[in-house]
Ligand binder design. Structure first.
Ligand SMILES: Nc1nc2c(ncn2[C@@H]2O[C@H](COP(=O)(O)OP(=O)(O)OP(=O)(O)O)[C@@H](O)[C@H]2O)c(=O)[nH]1
Ligand SMILES: [Mg+2]
Length: 305
């Protein structure tokens, strides 16, 4: 699915209003600016950020540059810098024993972790690598089963913890298996947890220590999988996860179903050091796109047709 169609829901709510903003030759009126502010807030851009964007757009809009184009530029400037997702082959090759890269996926219930684990495995396969999936969602029976089904479908090995088993032990086993089978990367799916539940958040630290015990330096990446349908709430969750276990990347799912994709413009303020690496634009393993600020902004504020 393309960015443009994925963000159609976010956009559909305000396409009509865009036409009036795409009118070069005059300074933007107060009404134009109000319309644009409404559009941004409807798309769940945090209001303070939206106001800043508008101020910036108003200053750059001119006879030759319509307000909409100025706004697009302001949006681009406000997004986290485009980040290239890590290349697992290069990372592994740089380590003395070519040990695998271990990625831990965390997030609240239903955010899309398991689906994203499968998507990342698919991507690794596409890149010619041999990924291994670790199902450390031992909380519910369905948790591991779902990842195992993906693993079988993709033809990649999986280490699956029994229901009720220790998630940290399962993560340890997954890394051990990857070392033995020379797999790279290891993608570890974890149980959904409420960011407000202290004991569950502490469990993540235990899981990290277990992984590090088997492979010092691992996990090399901890990525929060955020549900794009939740808009700004997803940002608050990400902040809490970051406090409990340092994140070095975000993956935003369900942008295809979200009408609140504007919340991504709040990421830089909430988590200045954490890049958005990928976006989920659908339910199939191929629906994972590196985050592209340009594609996102053009999809959010397109030229009226
Ligand atoms: N449209 C769309 N649906 C998605 C995307 N990512 C995940 N989903 C769907 O969201 C639902 C939840 O996805 P899961 O991957 O099971 O989420 P989870 O975080 O593993 O859930 P728990 O393990 O219960 O915490 C499933 O129906 C997925 O198909 C996406 O990018 N787009
Ligand atoms: Mg899951």
């Amino acid at each position: 699915m393309s960015w443009l169609s994925a963000l159609s829901r976010t956009r559909a709510r305000f396409t009509d209003a865009l036409a009036s903003l795409f009118r070069p030759g005059s300074a933007p009126s107060a009404a134009d600016l109000d319309d644009l502010l409404d559009l941004l807030v409807i798309a769940d851009v945090p209001p303070r950020v939206a106001q800043e964007l508008l101020d910036a757009a108003r200053h750059t809009a001119s006879r030759s540059l319509p307000l909409l184009d100025a706004a697009r530029q302001a949006l681009l400037d406000a997004l986290p810098a485009a980040a290239t997702p890590p290349d697992f082959a290069t990372e592994s090759a740089a380590r003395p024993d070519r040990t695998p890269t271990v990625v831990l996926l965390v997030g609240i219930n239903g955010s899309g972790k398991t689906t994203t684990a499968a998507k990342l495995a698919q991507k690794a396969l596409d890149d010619g690598l041999s990924p291994l999936l670790g199902a450390a969602d031992t909380f519910r029976a369905a948790g591991s089963v779902q990842l195992k089904i993906w693993a079988d479908r993709l033809g990649v090995p999986a280490v699956v913890g029994a229901t009720g088993a220790d998630a940290a032990a399962t993560a340890y086993d997954a890394v051990a298996a990857a070392l033995a089978r020379r797999c790279n990367p290891v993608i570890i799916d974890t149980a959904g947890r409420m960011h407000t539940r202290e004991p569950l958040m502490r469990e993540l630290q235990k899981l990290r220590s277990a992984v590090a015990k088997r492979l010092p330096g691992a996990p090399h990446h901890t990525w929060a999988v955020l549900d794009g349908m939740l808009g700004q709430n997803a940002l608050a969750q990400a902040r809490q996860f970051h406090a409990a276990t340092p994140l070095d990347g975000l993956i935003v799912t369900k942008l295809d179903g979200s009408s609140k994709a504007g919340f991504l413009l709040g990421v830089r303020e909430t988590l200045p050091a954490v890049p958005i690496l990928y976006a989920g634009l659908g339910e199939s393993p191929a629906d994972l796109a590196p985050f592209s600020p340009e594609a996102y902004v053009s999809a959010l504020l397109p030229s009226p047709t």
